[in-house]
Design a protein around this ligand. Sequence first.
Ligand code: ZN
Length: 501
Amino acid sequence: MTTNYDALLEKVYELHDLEKAVAVLAWDKETNMPKAGTKARIQQITTLRRLHHQKFTSEEFGGLIEAAAVELAEAGYDSNEASLIRLLRYTYDRARKLPPELVKRSSETSGAAYTAWLEAREANDFVGFAPHLEKIVALNREMAELYGYEDELYDPLLDKFERGMKTADVRAIFNAVKEELIPLRAAVAERAEAVDDSFLHQPYDVAKQKEMARVLATAVGYDFSRGHLGTAVHPFSTSFSRDDARITTRWNPDFINAALFATLHEAGHAMYEQGTAPDLARTPLARGTSSGIHESQSRMMENVVGRSRGFWQAHFGELQAAFPAQLGDVNAEQFYRAVNKSQPSYIRVEADELTYNFHIILRFDLEQALLNGDLAVADLPAAWNEKMAELLGVTPPDDLQGCLQDIHWTSPTFGYFPTYALGNLYAAQFWETAVAQNSQIEEAMAQGDPAPLVEWLRENVHGYGRKFTPAELVQRATGQPLSHEPFIRYATAKFSEIYDL
Ligand code: ZN
């Protein structure tokens, strides 16, 4: 007998396939496609997205969700069925709150803002970008009003990326991070000379970088039989199913770090998708639950594993053998310290593990001020520089290294930035719980083997896919709500030791 749930699933599979077809087209666009193909490719993607949106937001689909919900009223909260219905109700409601006119206008405004941003960067001209940013701020506001909120205008925007989390919660956590980490950051800055990383900045053969990237991604547990490593200017990961989760990275001929750490970062994202339970396949449950939790998995592989002493004691020999001229005189300990060098910088994407969170706190504060009307766009450069001085102790020499550096504000995606820092905090909390539950995890990591840690993550994070909200997942996995404290403990121990504080 065909049930209402079966009928719903049939539609869910169809929607999923459309969405993944878009993902394949987008992946190809960023990795293989000749530039001349751009126009046609954007048309193809736009058509498929429109089809998906029409089907997804139709009355018919809403009816299927509700019919299945009635049938499954008794299904347990943890069941795949109940979890899928909860998620579909949430995404369906939100998608229907934005009128098609707004979606179209948003995409046009973003396209124009992106072009203006590129030009403004070329000329270091914030004033030229400002009118576009004003429109983007207005769009964020309009969307927040349409989604609706109880406490703060920023809440429904944050909710899109970190479902269920409130602005006030993030603010409290970030304030605590700020209070605890500014003194540590300042103490490290005073001892900047204690760590030499000059040998990372020299010519490194790109073909050998590619080999090492594969070796290291495999070492952390990325499954190449269900994956693929490609090249992209801005590294990203994408998945078409749990059995095809791809990563990309970039190759810098004069600096080894991107090949190593951008690769491990993206591998962490893709391992999350590879680890989702097979029985969630072809549904929206078969993916990471939120941007912040996703980022926790990438940071775990990039930093907690990839920048650990044990990992480099195990793998430095291979790297040294690949680059004898560059690393012949360096030992594993020096390499470990070099890849953990911490110093305040202007550019977020170049920031180290310790100072990165300050770049995010700055953007979180400024987004709210812009959204609430407390800060005029014209005053953004000054406000940016003031916050940089407060949080990082440095002032950017120009807007290129200040408020013009990120692509994010060329589209209405306020609420996304905080998830980067939340990822660091979630990662530390997962790590602390994992090693407390299983002493083997830390022992293996000291030998450079993250396999027992990955197993813990599979069981407590990856396998659930998107069944639970981030708060539910963290509570289940660690027995606690999200806290800043594990990250403070982790960062304090690590950097005090490296900088001999
Ligand atoms: Zn990431």
